[in-house]
Design a protein around this ligand. Structure first.
Ligand SMILES: [Zn+2]
Length: 199
């Protein structure tokens, strides 16, 4: 699923706890936001593999959440919220589309890498690809309640993230075409340069 959906779902999961414990709302929401975004930072490395741990985050979340309950502090609740959000992120990627340049073409079944089993988990495609209309629906379902319940910077953040989700969904396929065209031009330019150097 697209990054805005991950961010909004992460915030939505932390919000009930934040409402129950207002004094911890900021570390809870900030931790959840960071954890929901963190796995996708591997887009500059091996995407959906380097920072995606569908089993590891779940295993880590249990003791970390227990520590946050026993020794409650801004740091422990932020870490617990972040780990849970990262675990949910990896699960959501499994239910989304495959990891490929144009996922609507379904040339790959790879959803997220399972480091424990040493293989890729198959995409379930409950949402067909990141930026699909149904992906936007998930973002809206998670995001709209946040606009009512939250206030201050996190409310503004949720509103901005929802706006990005709408724009990304509107241009998702065109962005792929533009990026593909730019890649082909770079590749052809590099080829011409190599041929020129060999002459
Ligand atoms: Zn991801």
């Amino acid at each position: 699923m697209m990054l805005p959906t991950h961010a909004l779902v992460g915030l939505a999961l932390a919000t009930p706890v934040a409402v129950a414990r207002p004094s911890l709302a900021t570390p809870l929401l900030a931790g959840a936001l960071a954890g929901s975004v963190l796995p996708d930072l591997d887009v500059v490395a091996r995407h959906r593999r380097t920072l995606h741990y569908p089993t590891g985050y779940v295993v880590a979340a249990v003791p970390i959440a227990a520590v946050a309950v026993v020794a409650t502090s801004p740091a422990t609740v932020a870490l617990a919220a972040g780990t849970v959000a990262a675990a949910v992120h990896c699960r959501m990627d499994r239910y989304g589309g495959s990891y490929e340049f144009r996922p609507w073409e379904r040339k790959s079944d790879r959803a997220v890498y399972d480091h424990v089993r040493g293989r890729w988990r198959r995409a379930k495609r409950w949402t067909r690809y990141d930026g699909a209309p149904e992906d936007l629906l998930v973002a809206i379902a998670a995001g709209l309640p946040l606009l009512v319940v939250l206030d201050g910077p996190f409310r503004q953040l949720a509103a901005g993230t929802l706006a990005i989700a709408v724009v990304y969904t509107a241009f998702r396929r065109r962005l792929s075409d533009l990026a593909g065209g730019a890649f082909r031009r770079m590749r052809d330019g590099a080829k011409r340069l190599r041929v020129g150097c060999q002459r």
